[in-house]
Design a protein around this ligand. Sequence first.
Ligand SMILES: [Zn+2]
Ligand SMILES: [Zn+2]
Length: 140
Amino acid sequence: MTELDSILDRLKAKGERVTIQRRIVIESLCKDNAHLTVNDIQRYLQHEFPEQPLSDTTVYRILQWLKDLEFVSQTDMGTMGTVYQLLQHRHHHLICLTCGAEIEMDDDCLVELRQLIHDKYGFKVRLDHLALYGQCHDCL
Ligand SMILES: [Zn+2]
Ligand SMILES: [Zn+2]
């Protein structure tokens, strides 16, 4: 089963309606499991589905729907802008402010933090996909 099929199945299992518009936005996010801006998504849609143009508003609305369902995360990645990605492979980024190096961080690091926040504040925090800034090993 492809990633796209598994996502569509999970959405249908939740009773969500998957329209053609929703499907093609999900399909664009499945490409290379990428981090995409709304412009990237629009470029993909224009290329793959020229007969099915979507307005930016429609794309935002679909992304919001996927975010609410915890299928997609939204992250401000500084110079890259706001990016969207599927939450299938949960990970985070450490970005060096000095040399710009980018290190992928496992989600394990945040398991305890989520629990701590929940215990202390009774708050279920969503740390879907973080970009944390600082200094890398080499620059230190
Ligand atoms: Zn990422
Ligand atoms: Zn560095």
